[in-house]
Design a protein around this ligand. Structure first.
Ligand SMILES: [Mg+2]
Length: 159
């Protein structure tokens, strides 16, 4: 197999940490400062985990398409934060809506014309990994944010 044909990420506690909260529990509107820091309207820091920019850059360099699968109850807030953090353009596929992630992956398969077994998914919640894994997607459960090590352990599933 060699490598995944699509790498999909959850948002909350996988790519970002919203001051210890899910993005839909932060206080909207969000704002970006000149120093690149993003906060919610109560001043909570909304940030990517440290190695996320490196991971996205690596996938971009290798020409592997990226997608998002988030079940947040505030999709427009999540989209806003993706733009403020400067990573929205990285993701060719963005499935952001509440409910089981089975639906997110059905949409991803239809949009990408790929098989589930060609996809790699990172998520911090066991139930998502369990449900999506049963569809045949290669899944990695993330603890407290993705890192380069965790990312590479996912790529290793395709060796
Ligand atoms: Mg999550």
């Amino acid at each position: 197999m060699g490598q995944p044909k699509l790498v999909v990420f959850d948002l909350d506690f996988t790519l970002w940490d919203c001051g210890g909260l899910w993005v839909d529990c932060a206080d909207f509107p969000f704002q970006g400062g000149e120093n690149g820091r993003v906060t919610d309207s109560s001043g909570r820091p909304l940030r990517l985990y440290d190695e996320v920019p490196l991971i996205l850059k690596q996938l971009e360099a290798e020409g592997i398409p990226m997608g998002l699968a988030s079940r947040t109850s505030q999709p427009s807030w999540a989209r806003d934060l993706l733009k403020l953090l400067g990573i929205s353009e990285c993701f060719e596929y963005q499935e952001i809506f509440p409910g089981s992630k089975v639906a997110h992956f059905e949409n991803l398969a239809a949009a990408s014309d790929l098989h589930y077994s060609e996809m790699l998914f990172f998520d911090d919640e066991h139930r998502n990994v369990h449900e999506v894994g049963r569809m045949g997607v290669h899944c990695v459960e993330v603890n407290s944010g993705i890192s380069m090590d965790v990312f590479e352990s996912g790529l290793d599933l395709f060796l």
